[in-house]
Design a protein around this ligand. Structure first.
Ligand code: SF4
Length: 494
C-alpha cells in the first residue's frame, strides 16, 4: 500500500512519517518498528490489511475460504465485510484524516467506519492470573529483564492481578525501562508468553488465554471459593462423614463446626483451636503467611495452623479433614488418646467430596486486557471537532472496536477503552520506538452522525471501491458481535 505521506530523499531512501520517529528507509529495508518498508521506492505497510468476514453462524453469507486466505483482488462485498484497522497504517500528525474512512450500507442505513492504527503512549495491560498462590505483595514491582514494568495490584476473587505498562514506565524511567516495558506489553497483547518476576515474590510466566506458570509449575485449577465459601458449598456433602473440616485459605480459613453452615446442620463443637484472627464464627483471617503452599499460604503441613484441642470438648477418635480451596491438598486425621491429630488414610466416603472440590474448580487461566486512551489527538483523524467524537462514543452513537473485537469504554472523561486481547486476530498489535504501542481502532457510526460530528467527509471512500493485493481476509470470531450489526447501540444525532 503506497502512502502519499512518504517523502523521497537523497540516495533512494524514503522518509516514513507515519510516526514521530520519521525513519529514513533504504530500498528493500524496513523502518525501526518493522511496520513500514521501502519497496521499490514506495512506503509500504508491511503486514497485510486484515478484513473480517461474517460467517454463517452470524447469519451472514457463506465465505469461500477455510481459516484465512490472501486477498485475490476482487471487489469487497458490502454485506458481511468489515475493514479492521489491523495493518491499515497510521497517519501522522493526527490532523490528517485516518488512513481509511469507509462507507457501506447496512440494512438501508449509510454507515461510516473510520479505521486507524492508533499510537498509544498512554496504555498498558491489566493481567488477571487465576491462582490463589501468593505472587507478591500489593504494590510490589513487577520486572522483566530486571526492569520495572508495573506492579501487583489488589487481588480479586480467586485471582491475582497485575497492572503493567502505563505512561510512567514507558516514558518516565530510563530508556531501557521504556523499551523493555514496550516489548513486554507488545508480547502480552499479541498473545505471547512473558516471564515476570515480582519483588519479594515469585516468578510467573503469563500468556493470554493459557494457564499461568508459577515458579516453573503450571497452575491447573482456579479455587472454588474462599475457605468460608467452600464450607458453605460443601458442608452438606461432608456432614455425617467427618466431625470437623478445616478449609485452609490465605484469606479466609473456614471451620465447619463453628461456621453457620455447620450450625444449621446441627454439628457439635469439636474443641478445635485455630491460630490467626477470628472474624465471625467459623471464619479466620491470617492463619499463616501468604505463599505457594496450601490454599495460597506458606504452609506445607496444615497442622501448623492448629493449636491444642480443648480437652473439655474434644475426644479420642475425633475425625478431622483438612483441605485446600482447590482440593489440591487434602489430609485426614483422627485424634489419638492425647488429642493429637494423627494422619491416616482418607476414608472412602470422603474421597468423593474432596474430589468434588477439584471438579468444581474452573481451569486456571491468564487473562490480558489491553487498556489505552483513545481520547487524545487520534480523534483529529476522525473529526475536526474531537470532543464531538468523545460525546458520540459516550452517547452510543459511535461503536468502537479494536481489530473488530468489542471494547469496554470507561465512564467519565476521554475514550479509555479495554479489550480482551484473545478476541483479536493474531499479532494485531505493533509498536513504535518512541516507545509506544500501536493498537487497531475502528469507529463505526451512521453517515448522518459522522457528518454531524464534523467528520472528514471528503475522505470517505465506498467499501466497494476497496480492492488490492495486500489484504488478508479472516473469519469473524463467532463470539464477537458483528461491528456493523444493526443491533449495536446507535441512534441518530438529529
Ligand atoms: S518507527 Fe515505524 S512508523 Fe515510525 S517512522 Fe519509523 S517506520 Fe515509520
Amino acid at each position: 500500500m503506497a502512502l502519499d505521506e512518504a517523502s523521497p530523499v537523497a540516495d533512494d531512501k524514503i522518509r516514513c512519517d507515519a510516526c514521530p520517529v520519521m525513519c529514513f528507509i533504504k530500498p528493500g529495508a524496513v523502518g525501526a518498528c518493522d511496520r513500514y518498508g521501502n519497496v521499490e521506492g514506495e512506503l509500504v505497510r508491511m503486514e497485510p490489511h486484515v478484513v473480517l468476514e461474517r460467517t454463517l453462524e452470524h447469519g451472514g453469507e457463506v465465505v469461500p475460504f477455510a481459516g484465512s486466505r490472501e486477498w485475490e483482488g476482487e471487489i469487497v462485498h458490502q454485506q458481511g465485510t468489515f475493514i479492521t484497522a489491523i495493518g491499515a497504517g497510521t497517519t501522522y500528525p493526527d490532523y490528517k484524516p485516518a488512513p481509511f474512512i469507509v462507507s457501506s450500507e447496512v440494512d438501508g442505513v449509510d454507515m461510516v467506519t473510520v479505521v486507524t492504527e492508533g499510537i498509544f503512549s498512554y496504555c498498558g495491560v491489566k493481567v488477571k492470573i487465576d491462582t490463589d498462590r501468593f505472587l507478591g505483595p500489593e504494590q510490589a514491582t513487577v520486572r522483566v529483564e530486571g526492569e520495572a514494568i508495573g506492579h501487583v495490584t489488589t487481588g480479586e476473587y480467586g485471582s491475582q492481578m497485575l497492572s503493567l505498562g502505563g505512561v510512567h514506565h514507558l516514558t518516565g524511567g530510563s530508556k531501557k525501562e521504556g523499551r523493555v516495558t514496550c516489548d513486554a506489553l507488545l508480547q502480552l497483547s499479541n498473545g505471547k508468553a512473558v516471564e515476570l518476576t515480582i519483588d519479594e515474590g515469585e516468578t510467573v510466566i503469563v500468556q493470554a488465554g493459557k494457564p499461568p506458570i508459577v515458579n516453573g509449575i503450571q497452575e491447573s485449577r482456579m479455587r472454588v471459593g474462599c475457605g468460608s465459601a467452600t464450607i458453605g458449598i460443601f458442608a452438606k456433602q461432608w456432614h455425617g462423614k467427618v466431625d470437623e473440616v478445616v478449609v485452609v485459605d490465605d484469606h479466609i480459613t473456614g471451620v465447619l463446626s463453628e461456621h453457620q453452615a455447620g450450625k444449621l446442620l446441627g454439628m457439635a463443637g469439636t474443641g478445635i483451636k485455630l491460630k490467626g484472627r477470628r472474624s465471625t464464627p467459623g471464619r479466620y483471617f491470617q492463619v499463616a503467611q501468604p505463599g505457594t503452599g496450601w490454599g495460597g499460604t506458606n504452609i506445607s503441613d496444615p497442622l501448623t495452623i492448629l493449636g491444642p484441642f480443648d480437652p473439655k470438648v474434644a475426644y479420642p477418635g475425633l475425625r478431622l479433614l483438612m483441605v485446600s480451596t482447590t482440593g489440591e491438598h487434602a489430609a485426614y486425621y483422627e485424634l489419638d488418646e492425647n488429642l493429637v491429630p494423627v494422619e491416616t488414610q482418607m476414608p472412602q466416603p470422603l474421597v468423593e467430596p474432596v474430589e468434588r472440590i477439584a471438579e468444581n474448580c474452573e481451569p486456571a487461566l491468564s487473562t490480558v486486557l489491553f487498556i489505552g486512551g483513545a481520547g487524545g489527538s487520534l480523534r483529529a483523524g476522525v473529526t475536526e471537532n474531537p470532543v464531538r467524537l468523545t460525546r458520540s462514543v459516550k452517547d452510543a452513537l459511535t461503536y468502537v472496536t479494536c481489530g473488530g473485537a468489542p471494547v469496554y469504554i470507561w465512564p467519565g472523561g476521554g475514550i479509555t477503552f479495554m479489550v480482551d486481547v484473545t478476541r483479536l486476530p493474531e499479532n494485531a498489535f505493533g509498536y513504535v520506538p518512541t516507545p509506544a504501542l500501536v493498537a487497531p481502532l475502528e469507529f463505526t457510526m451512521s453517515r448522518t452522525d459522522y457528518e454531524a460530528l464534523g467528520g472528514h467527509m471528503d475522505a470517505i471512500q465506498p467499501l466497494a471501491s476497496l480492492k488490492g493485493g495486500s489484504q488478508l481476509r479472516l473469519p469473524q470470531r463467532p463470539d464477537n458481535p458483528w461491528p456493523l450489526a444493526p443491533e449495536q447501540p446507535r441512534r441518530s444525532l438529529g
